[in-house]
Design a protein around this ligand. Structure first.
Ligand SMILES: Nc1ncnc2c1ncn2[C@@H]1O[C@H](COP(=O)(O)OP(=O)(O)OP(=O)(O)O)[C@@H](O)[C@H]1O
Length: 321
C-alpha cells in the first residue's frame, strides 16, 4: 500500500513558476486526476513525483506499509511520460518483451500477458510490426501496455487518453476502473473532462502553477458552484416575476413559456421551494441541474485568470506609485 503526500511543493524553470506551493495526498487504490490548461504544471508535478526532477521547495513524502521511502521503488510503479519513450525501430512484441523482462516478469508468462493485453486493445495483428509503423493511437496503446504489464501498485499516466479514439478511450477507462478495483493507485493528467468525471475519485485543478480547486467532483462542485439550480416545468404559463417573488427563489431564467431554471435562495430548503412552487402552479418537471466538470473547469480557470490579471495590474500600479 503506497501513500503519496506532496507538501507545499514548488518548481521553477528560470523565470517560470511551473508549480507553486501545491499540496495533496493520494490514498492507496484511488484514482487522482490532475487537470488544467496547457502549461498549468501537470507534467512538472508528475516529473517531481517520479523523481525525475526535485522540488525547489516543499517535500514529497512516500510511505509503503508505513515505512518511509526516499523514492518510488522501480518495480512498484508504471509511468507513462508525456514524451513517450519506446523504441520505434523495434516491433511491438520486442518492445513489450524488453520492458516486461526489465520489470522482472518471467519470460514464459510474459508471452501470454503481452498477447492478452494486445488482444484487449486490438493490437494482436500489430505484434510483429515496428512501432514506428503504427498509428499515433496504437503507439499510445503499446505505451500503456508497457506501464501495466508488471501489475504495478501505482500507475502514473501523463495524458493517457491523448491520441485515442472514443472507443479506445472507453477501453482504457474500463481498464483503469478495473485496476482500481484490484487496488492499483492511479495518478493521471488529462484534458478529457467527460472521462475524468467518470473515473477520478479526487481531482486537483491547476492553472499557471497554482491550485484552483481540489477534491471529489461533489467537493469541487461545492467549492466552485455552491448554488443549487433546478429545471422547472409548469403545466401552465406563468410570468417570470411570479416565480421570482417566491421567498425560496433567488434567481430565475426563463427557457420557454413554461420552462424555467430556478436558483434556490441560500437560506431556503428544497422542500420549501417545492411547496411554494406547487402553491402557484402545477409542476410538470422538477429536477436538479448539476454543472458538469467541463463547465466547472472553464468557469474556474476563467475566474482564476481574471484574478491573476487583476493582482498583476495591482502590483504594477503599486510599483509605479
Ligand atoms: N524543462 C523545462 N524548461 C523550461 N520550462 C519548462 C520545462 N518544463 C516545463 N516548463 C514550463 O513550465 C510550465 C508548466 O509546464 P508543464 O509541462 O508542467 O504543463 P502541463 O500542465 O503539463 O501542460 P500540457 O497540458 O500542455 O502538457 C510551462 O510554462 C512550461 O513552459
Amino acid at each position: 500500500m503506497l501513500h503519496i503526500e506532496a507538501r507545499q511543493i514548488s518548481k521553477s524553470y528560470g523565470e517560470v513558476a511551473a508549480v507553486q506551493a501545491i499540496s495533496f495526498t493520494i490514498e492507496p487504490g484511488q484514482i487522482f486526476a490532475l487537470l488544467g490548461p496547457n502549461g498549468a504544471g501537470k507534467s512538472s508535478l508528475i516529473r517531481m513525483l517520479v523523481g525525475l526532477t526535485r522540488p525547489d521547495d516543499g517535500e514529497i513524502l512516500l510511505r509503503q506499509q508505513d515505512q518511509p521511502l526516499s523514492q518510488l521503488p522501480q518495480r512498484s510503479y508504471g509511468y507513462l511520460p508525456e514524451d513517450r519513450g519506446l523504441y520505434p525501430d523495434r516491433t511491438v512484441r520486442q518492445n513489450l518483451s524488453y520492458i516486461g523482462q526489465l520489470r522482472g516478469i518471467d519470460k514464459t508468462a510474459l508471452v501470454g500477458q503481452i498477447e492478452q493485453w494486445c488482444r484487449r486493445l486490438d493490437l494482436l495483428d500489430k505484434l510483429d510490426d515496428n512501432l514506428s509503423k503504427l498509428s499515433k493511437g496504437n503507439q499510445q496503446k503499446v505505451q500503456l501496455i508497457s506501464c501495466v504489464l508488471h501489475k504495478p501498485a501505482l500507475l502514473i499516466l501523463d495524458e493517457p487518453f491523448s491520441g485515442l479514439d472514443p472507443v479506445n478511450q472507453e477501453k482504457v477507462l474500463v481498464i483503469l476502473n478495473e485496476l482500481r478495483t484490484e487496488g492499483t493507485t492511479v495518478l493521471l493528467s488529462a484534458h478529457q473532462m467527460a472521462l475524468v468525471e467518470r473515473l477520478a475519485d479526487k481531482m486537483l485543478l491547476l492553472n499557471k502553477g497554482q491550485q484552483v480547486a481540489q477534491g471529489s467532483l461533489a467537493e469541487i462542485r461545492q467549492q466552485l458552484a455552491p448554488e443549487k439550480w433546478f429545471a422547472v416545468g409548469l403545466a401552465q404559463q406563468l410570468h417570470c416575476s411570479e416565480l421570482q417573488a417566491l421567498g425560496s427563489v433567488s434567481e430565475v431564467e426563463q427557457m420557454t413559456a413554461t420552462e424555467f431554471k430556478i436558483c434556490l435562495a441560500p437560506d431556503a430548503s428544497v422542500s420549501q421551494l417545492l411547496q411554494q412552487l406547487t402553491a402557484v402552479a402545477e409542476l410538470s418537471d422538477f429536477s436538479r441541474i448539476e454543472p458538469g466538470l467541463h463547465q466547472l473547469y472553464l468557469a474556474a480557470v476563467g475566474q482564476h485568470d481574471v484574478l491573476l490579471q487583476s493582482s498583476a495590474q495591482g502590483n504594477s500600479k503599486g510599483a509605479a506609485a
